[in-house]
Design a protein around this ligand. Structure first.
Ligand code: SAH
Length: 217
């Protein structure tokens, strides 16, 4: 693995206020390699370059780390190729991570990646969001998603899955604040409210990101 890619990941994590262990860097780069390998056969992501995957999948996934409560039971809804759930499970072994996606081939990739990375705090389930409440109602301290759906659609699915005191986090681009404001009446009808909108820039690219953090009223 070239030194510059390793540096990109290390420096980017540093910009996010994190120090990655050399083992975690190795494993994240391995995840990038596996994703590219599998992506030649099955469509997991439109981002295909090494740098692109490091910045827009690996580092982007890690942007949310500081918001995750210690020991939380976390659900990633619509996790696709395993983002953000796999990098989060790796760098935060205290979390218990459940990943859900409707597409079986994506879940197969995630299980393969989790085995390769030796993740014991991670499970990947092929399910649809709308059936999850039957099996996992009230089970999670944190339900999050990235690139999944509109805020109202996501929160409607997430709310019945929250344990008491649990929170919802939607990882968005620059539009998170506007979407949060537009969705406020709907959220209130559902017994939810926006606790905060956190804005940040992605390391290396400078792209704008925002997290909409939502709690039960
Ligand atoms: N979170 C990933 C993938 C985003 S794409 C990332 O940021 O890279 C959205 C994903 O949601 C797709 O993989 C799709 O299969 C999944 N999806 C869409 N509707 C769903 C539903 N109702 N239940 C579960 N997964 C769903």
């Amino acid at each position: 693995m070239s030194r510059s890619l390793r540096e990109l990941l290390d420096d980017g994590a540093g910009e996010l206020g994190m120090t990655l262990s050399p083992t975690d860097v190795d494993k994240l780069l391995l995840l990038m390699i596996e994703l590219r390998k599998w992506n030649r056969k099955i469509n997991l992501t439109g981002i295909t370059t090494e740098r692109g995957i490091i910045i827009k999948h690996l580092l982007d996934s890690l942007t949310v780390v500081s918001l995750l409560p210690q020991g939380a039971r976390l659900l990633d809804l619509g996790s696709g190729g395993g983002f953000p759930c796999i990098p989060l499970a790796l760098v935060r072994p205290d979390l218990k991570v459940t990943s859900v996606d409707a597409t079986l081939k994506k879940i197969h990739f995630q299980r393969h990646a989790a085995r390769l990375l030796g993740l014991s705090n991670f499970e990947a389930l092929q399910l649809r969001g709308d059936t999850l409440a039957q099996s996992h109602g009230g089970s999670f301290d944190l339900v999050l998603s990235r690139g999944f759906s509109s805020l109202p659609e996501f929160t409607a699915l997430a709310k019945p899955l929250l344990a008491p005191g649990g929170i919802i986090i939607a990882m968005k681009g620059s539009s998170g604040g506007d979407e949060a404001a537009e969705s406020a009446p709907f959220l209130e009808e559902c017994g939810l409210r926006v606790r905060e909108v956190v804005r940040l820039r992605l390391p290396a690219s400078g792209d704008e990101r925002s997290f909409v953090v939502i709690e039960a009223i």
